[in-house]
Design a binder for this molecule. Structure first.
Ligand code: OXD
Length: 346
């Protein structure tokens, strides 16, 4: 096969490609990418904030046949040019699922057990007894029943939470971790039945702004919103208003329309918001796990084999049917009842 040349953008250490002696690797910066990319057959993008990268790809000629991103979301890359091109895009789906599921559970427990208020009172040395809630028997709606949503549902079920979902097609699989799966069109009508609303969907034209004032107003005033997907899926001003007026009880947010969340943004100071810095999935060892997945794919690329985690560029994510066979540790593969993995979409 033709000489393989990899260009890596983002980070300052090259991936350990020693096991592929035939491949040459360059680390590009924003200044050098334009020059290096036309010589490359493959590209590794580690900079998921690099909104300038798609324009360089578009001008890079026709040698490049594969782009791998060290993130789950590919929304920053999928320009119409790239969608129309023959370039295969793969992502790091599967690596962060369990860590994100744990983050969701942690924030649900934090709200239920009144931890944010207790931490604040602890700073002031203030003793105040307050009854808490049990998660067991509560209800959660996962918006985006893909790999992360399914891992989250599987974990929540273990603590007795009843989990339904909203997906693109609303298709239901009786063996999956979700009870019902509704369509996006049903969201505002259904959302009021849930104690926790969890956003795990990819950012696409269908999900942008999906959690708007209509949806927030329809939520229970005791319910919490958790967003581990993309900030742009939530109408942030509407969310701030809902938190300020008590239309919803709380929000745990790991992602924002603008990151880092700007200083002085009202979300920083709302007592009923938990704010984290886009780190829900980033367990210690996550970079090594992502590199392992990338190197696995690089071996396939060099050997002319089908790549793992191929993004359906029109949908904007890796379809479930592709994820099931990719060998990346997805909790649903470890289901003990031997039932088939579900067939959700996002
Ligand atoms: C993401 C990631 O896509 O952290 O948000 O991988």
């Amino acid at each position: 096969m033709a000489e393989s040349r990899l260009v890596v953008v983002g980070g300052n250490v090259l991936p350990n490609t020693a096991r592929f002696p035939g491949i040459s690797v360059d680390l590009a910066t924003r200044d050098t990418l334009t020059k290096l990319l036309p010589t490359a057959t493959a590209m590794l993008v580690r900079d998921f904030a690099g909104t300038w990268i798609p324009a360089v790809i578009a001008d890079s000629g026709d040698r490049l046949s594969w782009v791998h991103v060290n993130s789950v979301g590919v929304d920053h890359l999928l320009t119409p040019d790239l969608v129309e091109s023959d370039i295969i895009v793969t992502n790091s789906s599967g690596v962060l699922d369990q860590a994100i599921a744990e983050y969701v559970l942690a924030t649900m427990l934090a709200f239920a057990k009144r931890l944010p208020g207790s931490f604040r009172r602890q700073q002031r040395g203030q003793w105040r007894h307050e009854p808490s809630q049990r998660l067991t028997g509560s209800t959660a709606l996962v918006i985006g029943p893909g790999a992360i949503g399914a891992a989250t549902a599987a974990l929540l079920r273990q603590v007795g939470v009843l989990v339904d979902a909203v997906g693109r097609s609303g298709k239901r699989n009786e063996h999956g971790p979700f009870g019902e799966v509704f369509t996006a069109g049903e969201l505002a009508r259904r959302v009021g039945d849930y104690d926790h609303v969890i956003v795990t969907a990819p950012l696409t034209e269908l999900t942008r702004g999906m959690i708007d004032s209509r949806v927030l107003d329809a939520m229970k005033p005791t319910a919490c919103l958790i967003n581990v997907a993309r900030g742009e899926i939530v109408d942030e001003p509407a969310l701030v208003a809902a938190l300020q007026t008590g239309a919803i009880a709380g929000a745990a947010l790991d992602v924002f329309a603008s990151e880092p969340l700007p200083q002085g943004h009202p979300l920083w100071s709302l007592p009923n918001a938990i704010i984290t810095s886009h780190m829900a999935g980033d367990f210690i060892g996550w970079r090594a796990a992502q590199e392992e997945l990338f190197l696995d794919n690089l071996g396939r690329f060099v050997g002319g084999l089908p790549l793992l985690n191929q993004v359906d560029k029109r949908l904007g994510y890796v379809p479930w049917s592709a994820l099931r066979h990719n060998g990346v540790g997805h909790p649903l593969r470890e289901q003990t009842d031997g039932s088939a993995a579900p067939e959700p979409d996002h």
